[in-house]
Design a protein around this ligand. Sequence first.
Ligand code: C5P
Length: 232
Amino acid sequence: MTTPRLWLVIPAAGSGQRMHSSRPKQYQSLRGNLILDLAISRITATVTLAGCVVAIRPDDPWWGETRASKDDRITCCTGGRERADSVLAGLQSLQARAEENDWVLVHDAARPCLHPDDLNRLVSRLSDHGVGGLLATPVADTLKKTGAGTLDVQETVDRSHLWRALTPQMFRYGILKTALQAALSAGRPVTDEASAVEQSGYFPCIVEGRPDNIKITVPADLALADFLLSRF
Ligand code: C5P
């Protein structure tokens, strides 16, 4: 069997409505770069990739502004309605080039603060794994559960085995594509790659990551990401 190669899929077809801006968060500027370019370059600077595909909206007017769009090793494809549709579109666009056993990293376009140590640990811990896994960080806060339609606390949830799922997530190409296709065609909710893989009966492996691998979601996250990047 050939040595598995490593591919990168970046879902970047979101509209980022919680940023209250006409420009989606992945196309906002941070320390002189577009967030999408930062998210990609933190990976390309650390590991050797066989290729990279970025899933964007069909009517995206900003892609041409990115450094990524001028890089021959990076292609783009049309994303879908939900994040999982965009990831699947990215995987399908690699169909002619990727082998079932190859690895795929999937990384949010809106996570510009991935530390190289986390990426290296993810790739080395999973290299012998049959399925794959994800960066995640232990839940640090006490968790409260409310009932439907009320803010009255019903319960404090035991957090001892709970983790916050981050990206990159890294899976075998064939397993991830089949899992996403099955989940989406069954209409099951898929909020990250691992959840689709779990639904197929596999057990993704957690690799502990740094909690500062934040996803830009609200405007205040831009200042936090600026600070974090100034410290790396
Ligand atoms: O909206 P959220 O922060 O969960 O999006 C996470 C990532 O998924 C972002 O990089 C966003 O651009 C991407 N996404 C996508 N296609 C969608 C929705 C989100 O590629 N339909």
